[in-house]
Design a protein. Structure first.
Ligand code: ATP
Ligand code: MG
Length: 333
């Protein structure tokens, strides 16, 4: 079976609808056809200097939401990145294959570092995509389900894999393919629909979160930014807010955007928002409830994570040994 790998950062209390539709639901689907490995990438989250007292809790909560959404520990490996030290070991090797200019072109680094200013930024934010490439190449990954915002990082992972093969010989690294589902790859912020919904950049009102109270979800949807027209139609450029709501509606109901637009002919934005709030709350409630059960039984959760880490580490070591050997490091006796 081809291998799928992906991860999310424990950068907030709850995952949001972009994480859920753009990534997590794709992870769940790919379990049927792929050998799946999913990680809570806590080392990546350190790049935004999280409060140590909340990071551990967020790591468990993130894993709980994977399980609640349908990641099945009987079929897939689920682990915490810092439990598998090979990620950082491979990252060092890959950093020596990454050009400064190449890393400097990454738009996520430019955006995130611009926000904190040059003196507030850190080297980890700069090397983030190299650690991500290590996450992926360590498992000889064939497919990486992510949102549109990760396309450029994936491209770097591919370039690095190709470079390893050129310099160290074919078969050094598998070349990963992005799995980006266009319709859900960029869920926008409800308050500012020209920006992506983001755990660390969106305001609370801009988000729809899995672990949020249903009333708050409905409230956020009802106060979503639209436009001054009154017609419900799909137009990403002229009507980013309404188009975002239509895409979310379509993702949850499985109905085409055109069919939804036809249903709402002559109706007002308020109708669409109110119906969408019902659809989203109904779909997220079981995920929310199941995640809370996992969060309330941390021993059970930690044991799933320990099992995943042991198995992931065994796979990772084989890849790391191969690459250490090919770059010419002396094997330890
Ligand atoms: P942060 O703001 O801390 O970077 P994030 O919301 O971007 O958080 P990540 O943990 O960085 O979340 O990404 C997890 C996964 O969710 C990735 O595959 C990413 O591409 C995807 N993703 C993030 N935001 C969106 C979005 N708005 N629409 C679709 N997919 C998204
Ligand atoms: Mg992100």
């Amino acid at each position: 079976k081809p291998r799928v790998f992906s991860g999310m950062q424990p950068t907030s209390e709850s995952l949001h609808l972009g994480n859920y539709l753009g990534a997590l639901l794709q992870w769940v689907r790919l379990q049927d056809t792929h050998d799946a490995i999913y990680s809570v990438v806590d080392l990546h989250a350190l790049t935004v200097a999280p409060d140590p007292s909340v990071l551990r809790d967020r790591t468990r909560r993130t894993a709980a939401q994977y399980l609640a959404a349908g990641v099945d520990p009987e079929r897939s490996l689920l682990f915490v990145q810092s439990h598998v030290p090979q990620h950082v070991e491979l990252m060092w090797i890959l950093s020596t294959f990454t050009g400064m200019g190449e890393a400097g072109r990454m738009t996520q680094f430019k955006d995130k570092s611009a926000k904190v200013g040059e003196s507030g930024t850190n080297v980890g934010l700069f090397t983030y995509p190299v650690l991500m490439a290590a996450d992926i190449l360590l498992y000889d990954t064939n497919v990486v389900p992510v949102g549109e915002d990760q396309r450029q990082h994936l491209e770097l992972s591919r370039d690095l894999a190709q470079r390893l093969n050129t310099r160290l010989g074919e078969g050094t690294a598998a070349i990963p393919e992005p799995h980006i589902v266009k319709e859900v790859a960029k869920i926008q912020d409800l308050q500012d629909p020209t920006k992506k919904m983001s755990k660390s950049a969106s305001s609370p009102k801009g988000l729809i979160e899995i672990l949020q109270d249903p009333k708050a979800i409905a409230k956020n949807i009802k106060s979503a930014t639209t436009d001054t027209e009154t017609v419900i139609r799909y137009d990403e450029d002229a009507k980013p807010g309404v188009s975002n709501l239509l895409r979310i509606y379509s993702a949850f109901t499985g109905r085409a955007v055109d069919a939804i637009v036809a249903d709402y002919e002559g109706k007002m934005y308020g109708h669409l928002k109110s119906d969408l709030a019902d659809v989203v709350v109904e779909a997220l409630t079981p995920v929310h409830d199941s995640a809370m059960e996992w969060i309330e039984s941390p021993e059970r959760l930690d044991s799933v994570l320990a099992d995943g880490a042991a198995k992931a580490s065994a796979i990772a070591q084989v890849t790391l040994d191969r690459i250490y050997d090919r770059v010419g490091l002396l094997p330890a006796l």
